[in-house]
Design a protein around this ligand. Structure first.
Ligand SMILES: Cc1cc2nc3c(=O)[nH]c(=O)nc-3n(C[C@H](O)[C@H](O)[C@H](O)COP(=O)(O)O)c2cc1C
Length: 213
C-alpha cells in the first residue's frame, strides 16, 4: 500500500508563500511514492483544546482528540499518515492562531501527563515550514529561532521525527505599489521571489521526498 503524506496550511491564503511551499513538499512526497493531501485550516470550523481532559482520563487510549467538529476528520487522516508537514506564516512573532489551535488539538492527546513518555503510537516523518517578513539574520535576535527549535522538539517528542524549513523575506503582496508599505524594498522582494524562494521550493520538495523515504 502507498504511504500517505498530509500537509496542513495554517495561512488564510491559498496559492501564496506557505501554500506553495507545502505543495512543493507534497510534490516531493508524491515523487517518493506517497498519496498526498493538503488541508487548509481556514476552511475548517474548529476551536483549540477546551481542556476537557478526556484524553488524560485513566485508561483512556484515544486515537485522537474527542471533540467532534470540523477538525475531527483531518485528525483522523493525520493519524493514518506516514508523513506530516505543517506550514504557517509568522503573525506577530508566532504561528497563526488557527495553526496554534490546531496544534493543541493534534498534540495534547498524545502528550503524556503520566511517567510514560508521550507517544503518537507510531513514528512518522514530520516537519514544519515557516514563512515570514523578517530576514534570516534576525531570527536568533528576535527569538524566532528558539520557538522554531522548541516546536521541532515537540515534533520529535510526539511524532518521532522533526525538521524545520524557514522561508524569510517573502513576497507579501502581488503589487507593493498598491499598499502603504514603504518599509519594504519591493524590488528586493520581487527579486528574492525569483531566486531565494525558488531555492526554498526546491528545499521543500527535497524535504517532502525525504520524509516519505
Ligand atoms: C497579521 C500579520 C502579522 C504578521 N506578523 C509578522 C511577524 O511578526 N513577523 C514576520 O516576519 N512577518 C509577519 N507577517 C508577514 C507574514 O508572515 C509573511 O508575509 C508570510 O510569508 C505570509 O504567508 P502567506 O503568503 O502564506 O500568507 C505578518 C503578516 C500578517 C498578515
Amino acid at each position: 500500500m502507498a504511504k500517505k503524506a498530509s500537509a496542513i496550511n495554517g495561512s488564510p491564503r491559498k496559492g501564496w508563500n506557505t501554500a506553495i511551499l507545502l505543495e512543493k513538499a507534497l510534490e516531493g512526497a508524491k515523487a517518493a511514492g506517497a498519496d498526498t493531501e493538503l488541508f487548509s485550516l481556514y476552511d475548517l470550523d474548529y476551536k483549540g483544546c477546551v481542556s476537557c481532559f478526556s484524553c488524560k482520563r485513566k485508561g483512556a487510549q484515544l486515537e485522537q482528540c474527542v471533540l467532534m467538529d470540523g477538525l475531527a476528520p483531518v485528525l483522523k487522516k493525520i493519524h493514518a499518515c506516514d508523513a506530516l508537514i505543517l506550514g504557517s506564516p509568522i503573525y506577530f512573532g508566532d504561528v497563526t492562531g488557527e495553526m496554534r489551535s490546531f496544534m493543541e488539538r493534534l498534540f495534547f492527546p498524545y502528550a503524556s501527563y503520566d511517567k510514560a513518555p508521550s507517544s503518537f503510537g507510531k513514528k512518522i516523518g514530520a516537519a514544519f515550514i515557516y514563512t515570514m517578513n523578517v530576514g534570516a539574520d534576525a531570527l536568533e535576535k528576535i527569538g524566532y529561532q528558539a520557538k522554531f527549535d522548541a516546536t521541532q522538539g515537540l515534533l520529535e517528542r510526539i511524532l518521532g521525527h522533526g525538521e524545520t524549513l524557514i522561508s524569510t523575506e517573502t513576497l507579501q503582496f502581488d503589487d507593493y505599489g498598491k499598499y502603504a508599505a514603504s518599509a519594504f524594498d519591493a524590488a528586493q522582494r520581487a527579486e528574492r521571489r525569483k531566486t531565494v524562494f525558488v531555492d526554498d521550493c526546491k528545499a521543500a520538495f527535497a524535504l517532502g521526498q525525504r520524509l516519505v523515504e
